[in-house]
Design a protein. Structure first.
Length: 178
């Protein structure tokens, strides 16, 4: 039987461009081109929606379907409006807003499928050292992978429609505010 048990949506680009010295050019709300928004949203939001919708029929055949949206704590509006948040001064309107949009899609999809065995959550792997951030991250790919897999394998009594970042909230549930 054709079935899919787990879908991990790990689409993500920043749209950040580098200057001639290799330093990131800030993405300001007042000055970033709409073309940069379109490019990033095409991958980070629209691509995820397309993939998710394409695989829903196969996931519905699973006894315990799981969808993990790989997000970022940078997509938390609550955290980014708090001056005490450790990444408060790291703004980038395009990437951050695309992850906020992904988070809202996650909430809506989880709501629509709340009366099923689906578990759909957004998970931030933490500030991981990858090409995405020009290897400036502090976490390992292995730790990030473990965080994502943890929510891909949760039981039927596990959460759905939640946002997790164990780097930001390592105690307790790991849940962070939207």
């Amino acid at each position: 039987m054709d079935v899919l048990d787990v879908l991990i949506n790990n689409a993500g680009i920043t749209g950040v461009q580098l200057d001639s010295n290799g330093k990131p050019i800030p993405q300001t709300a007042a000055g970033t081109s709409i073309d940069v928004f379109k490019t990033v949203y095409e991958t980070n939001v629209y691509g995820v929606v397309r993939v998710t919708q394409s695989f829903l029929d196969l996931l519905k055949k699973s006894e315990e379907p799981r969808i993990v949206m790989v997000s970022s704590s940078q997509g938390s509006i609550t955290l980014h409006s708090d001056p005490t948040y450790k990444y408060y001064h790291y703004k980038g309107v395009v990437y951050l807003s695309s992850k906020s949009a992904l988070n809202m899609y996650t909430v809506n999809l989880a709501y629509e499928l709340k009366d099923t065995n689906f578990k759909i959550n957004a998970v931030s792997p933490g500030f991981t050292k990858t090409d995405l951030n020009h290897n400036r991250g502090t976490g390992t790919v292995e730790d990030a992978g473990k965080r994502i897999v943890k929510y891909a394998l949760i039981g039927n009594d596990g959460p759905t429609g939640k946002f997790f970042c164990e780097e930001i909230n390592p105690e307790g549930t790991g849940e962070i505010p939207w």
